[in-house]
Design a protein around this ligand. Structure first.
Ligand code: FES
Length: 494
């Protein structure tokens, strides 16, 4: 018996390893020739600290310097100590390159081409070595279009354990893969792909879940539903499947099957085109009900075209809802998939969000300087100091931990004002989400941004409003420049 461990690297590559009972993840990785970050192997240095997104495990032995109790409670683990007790998904804070591994290649034969409507085609592939392919439901692969040197990215719509893999495509007149499937493809053709890739995959279901699918963005959700139907689920899952025309409404029979098999699964379809004969007309946001959002205690997954992602974000902001998690994947009509928002995060969007944060913080400083109690100042300093360990020699040592401590630091003055309108506006900013998309440990920091935090606190302690204002503006410039470096780096990785 062994457990299947998904190692997700920062560049979107996922590698699966088999971990034996009582074996540490580090030992299993090295057995598989994947050199995840490691140093003391003794639970003492923290070099191997990673984040476990799902699964159960024994954390093993370690000292506080390597990992704090709070970190362990959040889900951080030391791979040199952790022994899995189930299949696990682990986020490794390094690129696959650093771990001397990379994306894997697979090949097989097309077994069927399914022209399901004038707008949508599906096809299935029997792989030469199905055992060698592991993937998380929601992930995608880069398919080499037969007879060309072009690749196109598509998500699996089959479940991770299905014998054959299946893909769903929107027909576009000039799309490379759709043209091949329309004009030349025959059952029996050889086809290759690289993957799995991407961080849009189903996490452990811990609360109600809302799936939002636009067009062939339905594919990853079919894969997720297959996984869920094998494992069962204790929380409600609602899917809203929005399409443009009636002809795009495919696979509804499969959704009906899942609704019969899974007591907690419900779904709604809608068609945007006005002339449609379908009863539900309009966009997905029209069919999001308050019970689906559960007051924000919900995990939202969205796969659809960029305007749909923007429309849903706006809808959530208008409703004053900040979901516990919001995972999205944007794709274009030609099937090119972007990892969670990376391709589409623009410097302008990021600058705007950080400018808005600065403006709110300047307002908070104006309201608070000279009015904070010694206890509040003590707390503010503690929050600033909490960010320090995660910045070293011009880089982040742990981006996830920095994001969390940084968010707590920045939120402090906003909440200390007691002004709910200000706090509400602050929560609507997408700063956290943008940071998650753009920042990695290899991004060059524009300055020591943790020291900026300490300097701002010092200005508050002195009651010096002018200095606090200047420091908040300078810090915002540093944050924007760091984000720019991250966005450019993400762009150059593609
Ligand atoms: S390698 Fe040092 S704590 Fe794991």
């Amino acid at each position: 018996m062994s457990y299947q461990i998904a190692l997700n690297f920062e560049d979107g590559v996922t590698r699966f390893i088999e971990c034996r009972p009582e074996e540490t993840v580090a030992d299993a990785s090295y057995r598989a020739r994947i050199n995840i970050p490691l140093d003391c192997r003794d639970g003492a240095c923290g070099t191997c600290k990673s984040f476990c997104e799902s699964g159960t495990y024994d954390s093993g032995f370690y000292i506080e310097e390597a990992m704090t109790e709070d970190e362990a409670a959040e889900g951080y683990i030391l791979t040199c100590q952790m022994t899995p007790q189930s299949d696990c998904i682990i986020r490794i804070p390094a690129t696959s390159d650093v771990a001397k591994t990379g994306v894997s290649s697979h090949a097989g034969q097309i077994t069927a081409i399914d022209r399901m409507s004038e707008t949508t085609t599906g096809f299935s592939v029997a792989l030469d070595n199905r055992q060698a392919l592991g993937f998380l439901p929601g992930q995608y692969v880069n398919i080499l279009v037969p007879g060309t040197d072009q690749t196109r990215s598509y998500s699996f719509s089959s479940g991770p354990h299905a014998g054959e893999v299946y893909f769903l495509l929107r027909n576009t007149p000039t799309g490379a893969l759709t043209t091949y499937l329309r004009d030349r493809a025959r059952a029996g053709d050889r086809i290759e792909f690289n993957g799995p890739l991407g961080s849009f995959y189903l996490r452990a279901i811990q609360r109600p879940v809302l799936f939002l699918a636009g067009g062939t963005g339905l594919a990853p959700f079919l894969s997720m539903l297959e996984k869920v139907s094998n494992n069962g689920v204790g929380h409600p899952i609602h899917l809203i499947f929005g399409v443009t025309n009636d002809a795009d409404l495919v696979k509804v029979d499969e959704l009906e099957e899942y609704a019969k098999r899974l007591p907690n699964f419900t779904f709604t379809c809608c068609v945007a085109e006005e002339g449609s004969s379908y009863p539900n007309k309009g966009y997905v946001t029209r069919y999001i009900k308050p019970e689906h959002l559960n007051g924000g205690l919900v995990d939202i997954y969205l796969c659809g075209p960029p305007p749909m992602v923007d429309a849903v974000r706006k809808y959530l902001a208008d409703q004053g809802i900040t979901p516990m998690s919001f995972y999205f994947e944007k794709f274009s009509g030609t099937g090119v998939v972007s990892q969670i928002g990376e391709v589409h995060l623009q410097v302008g969007e990021s600058d705007e969000a950080f400018d808005a944060r600065m403006a709110l913080e300047l307002g908070a400083a104006q309201l608070l300087i000279g009015r904070l109690t010694p206890e509040q100042l003590g707390e503010y300093r503690r929050l600033a100091e909490a960010t320090v360990p995660y910045v070293k020699s011009g880089h982040f040592t742990d981006v996830g931990a920095f994001r969390e401590t940084n968010a707590a630091f920045h939120m402090f003055t906003i909440e200390a004002t007691g002004n709910t309108t200000l706090a509400e506006a602050y929560r609507r900013l997408l700063v956290q989400e943008y940071m998650a998309q753009a920042l990695t440990p290899s991004v060059d920091l524009a300055a020591d941004i943790a020291k900026d935090h300490l300097d701002i606190v010092e200005a508050f302690e002195r009651g010096d409003l002018n200095a606090a204002r200047d420091l908040i503006v300078t810090h915002s410039d540093h944050a924007k420049a760091t984000m720019r470096a991250g966005i450019e780096q993400a762009g150059s990785r593609k």
